[in-house]
Design a protein around this ligand. Sequence first.
Ligand code: ADP
Length: 356
Amino acid sequence: HHPAHDLHEHGVAAIRNFLRCHTCYDAFPVSFRLIVLDTKLTVKKALQCFLLNGVVSAPLWNSQTSSFAGMLTVLDIIHLIQYYYRTTDFERAATEVETFRLESLRAIERHLGVAPPPLTQEHPSNSLFDAAKLIIQTHARRLPLLDSDSETGQQVVISVLTQYRLLKFISINCHKEIQQLHLSLKRLRIGTYVMSPSPDPSNPYFPLATAKMDTSVFDIVHIFSERSISAVPIIDEDGVVLNMYETVDVITLVRLGAYQNLDLKIREALTQRSSDFPGVVICTASDSLGTLLQLIKKRRVHRLVVVEGEEEEKRGGKKGRLLGIITLSDVLRYIVGHADISEPRMKPSTASTEAP
Ligand code: ADP
């Protein structure tokens, strides 16, 4: 083994150990607010609540049985739009989507044949390592943390642990270890990358899903729903990345019930995007995992687009051309490692932690 490689491996092992030695509670901020939605609410009300509170998911509560009923996420809404829009016209889709009750969403997802959102949950005093593993294994992206009331024995939703919060907690508390993570993203195979040559003649960027400026929003909704992904890069004729279109963009587009907006071309839809859109975060495949985690500490990034950099340009490539996409689940999957690895528990390296 090369010493540089060993240092990296040591850093990863130390982060895994850090996660084993801390509970989900440790990653909570001192005070936080939790929005829980009743399953009897209509989709319209739920969407208003998302937008009003700046959240993109919430635990559902069945008040008839007084129990947790899974999570509502933006992807559920995308599936619903996909379901109605392909069968009816705008007006009907708009009214039906909005009067729909949250409790009936699962039936739609079964009908579409898409994976139902997992009912997974975890107790907040379990380890962050177990929570991270569960998030990866179930593709849940977020994990509701439940406890039971000591008097009534009833379920209580305590909080939701997201991929971002987990990674941010690592980035804040494992400063030294992160500096050791200098192997490149490409070498670690973190993310999804263009295959060359492409096995699919109709898509030179296979297996990436991409769109052009004149693709319609609805065509992208279809891709989101079919592949259960949350963003597509917008590229030009040369494959140079111009922008990114995300599931949350669709939600803001239809927020006023303007489902006709789904017919817009991306070029037009982007002009309606709120001015606080943070922008597309770009990196090159030779950037290190450590650099990425440092970025997560500073900014609320959810995905990065990997483009050709100077290195590829020297070899005849084109600067800015799409090479891949890296999301938080890709990073977390690498950090957690294979689910069956069992490493000896070491002494925790940091005594006190800081919550994000
Ligand atoms: P996350 O799982 O972090 O919430 P996504 O749902 O967007 O993010 O991504 C899920 C998986 O699909 C990841 O492994 C990611 O690399 C891959 N992916 C994301 N966007 C695309 C895309 N446009 N084309 C192909 N694969 C993608």
